[in-house]
Design a protein around this ligand. Structure first.
Ligand SMILES: N[C@@H](CCC(=O)N[C@@H](CS)C(=O)NCC(=O)O)C(=O)O
Length: 220
């Protein structure tokens, strides 16, 4: 199977790289940055007009949403690591609940902060400054992270219990994103992130996602 991941250097692009590392799968990495010259690569433009990274393609699918990519990879290849509960089970419903909560109540709100905060962290020069919206989104994320912390109240190591799963990839990347912007992260989530950060798959993905690995012509 030929696999390609497009994208580099963001809290979203690390996710497919991390899933692939955990699953020990080979892939080609096309290191394009958002809002940079690489986004106009003719091969990339032929795949998607969203102008967004990450993007993933193999012999079966061409998909762009980071949560969809990690869940697809886990559905196909997850075993002991990134095992997926069967469709129609309570665990599958809970996994979807946690996934959508992370993506809509944390990830999407963090992107509001990213788009409208001032440089150097934010993109207000492109998308417009909106300090009230930025502060409100940060508070919203703080509240949502309190909910995510409650998932661990029974002492479980991972979102789904004792097995590392796709929601952990999504949640840890959001926790790190929140920390970058000074959003308050509850102590149990800091500890949770800390122990997950010792995983070889995490370390490999972070190294692959490092912007300093981008080709020199990138302007992003
Ligand atoms: N919901 C998508 C979001 C993808 C996304 O917005 N990616 C950003 C980088 S983190 C991007 O490509 N932005 C380019 C732009 O908005 O101009 C996902 O989770 O994959």
């Amino acid at each position: 199977m030929t696999r390609t991941v497009w994208g580099l250097g963001t809290p979203r692009t690390v996710r497919p790289l991390w899933a692939l590392a955990e699953l020990g799968l080979d892939y080609e990495h096309r290191k394009i940055l958002p809002r940079a010259a690489g986004m106009d690569d003719p091969q990339f433009s032929a795949l998607t007009k969203r102008h967004k990274v990450p993007f993933y393609e193999d012999d079966i699918v061409k998909i762009g949403e980071s949560a969809a990519i990690v869940n697809y990879l886990a559905d196909r290849h997850g075993r002991d690591i990134l095992s997926m509960p069967a469709p129609g089970t309570a665990d599958r419903a809970i996994l979807l609940d946690r996934t959508l909560f992370i993506m809509t109540e944390i990830d999407a709100r963090m992107y509001t902060v990213r788009l409208h905060d001032d440089p150097p962290r934010g993109l207000s020069a492109i998308y417009g400054a909106a300090p009230t919206a930025v502060e409100a989104a940060k508070k919203y994320v703080e509240k949502s992270l309190l909910e995510a912390a409650r998932w661990l109240d029974d002492g479980r190591r991972y979102v789904m219990g004792e097995n590392f799963g796709t929601p952990d990839i999504l949640l840890v990347s959001c926790i790190e994103w929140a920390l970058l912007y000074g959003v308050g992260v509850p102590e149990p989530l800091l500890e949770y992130r800390q122990h997950i950060a010792s995983r070889p798959g995490y370390k490999a993905a972070k190294a692959c996602n490092d912007q300093s690995n981008a080709a020199p012509d990138f302007t992003g």
